[in-house]
Design a binder for this molecule. Sequence first.
Ligand code: PEP
Length: 259
Amino acid sequence: MNRKYRKTIIAGNWKMNMVASQVKHFAEELKTLSPRAKWCETVVCVPFVNIPAALKAFKDSRVAVGAENINENEKGAYTGEISANMLADLGVKYVIIGHSERRQYYGESDITVNKKVHSALKAGLYPIVCVGESLEQRELGVTLELITLQVRTALAGIPAEKMRRIVIAYEPIWAIGTGKTATAEQANEVCNAIRTVIRKNYGARIARAVTIQYGGSMNEGNARELLAQPDIDGGLIGGASLIPEKFAKIIAAANQDVI
Ligand code: PEP
């Protein structure tokens, strides 16, 4: 983390878990366990149907609500889809884009991700753009090239003045939901490479200000070490974000006065 230059963001990704009637209880527990997140922004990204309940439950707190996906189009004949405008109109702040599960199960390409980033920004949302390599790609030694391409494609055509709204989440696919975490050094190496791509395209001032998260089995036991790395500015957390006690401990790790 480097709080001097950029925001630390701890975001939960609930995936397809929790029903709307569970949200109030979750929010009350989290607010009790984590009353003052002074140094970091906390976000819960929830399934679409849980968004109204989450907005209500976190209304008077410092927890922002995010979505897990959007359709890349502004509106039209896309039965069953949700646009960025629809979310912004509700009061949603963040949206996860290009999560590896969407890339893997729903065929989202880097080009789709880029279209979604444009759409999200146009609607005033803050995209959390996910990038990451598979185990095979890591073993072949192509991680940094691959991530560079993913980041460059995701950000194609995004003007410099919009970059302050972008969050990048480095999520090695082999670490998501597996209990295997990248070492703090591995994670920082890739987060640093992402910042280098941004620096080459947008300059040092913008690169310094962009929040880059790590995601992949981050939990209450490893958060502190990961977040102590200079280029890791937060976490995108799946499993551990569903349990208020665990999520609150991760928030606390991001909130230490000195790290
Ligand atoms: C994720 O879903 O983005 C994620 C990182 O999941 P987990 O923390 O469960 O690995």
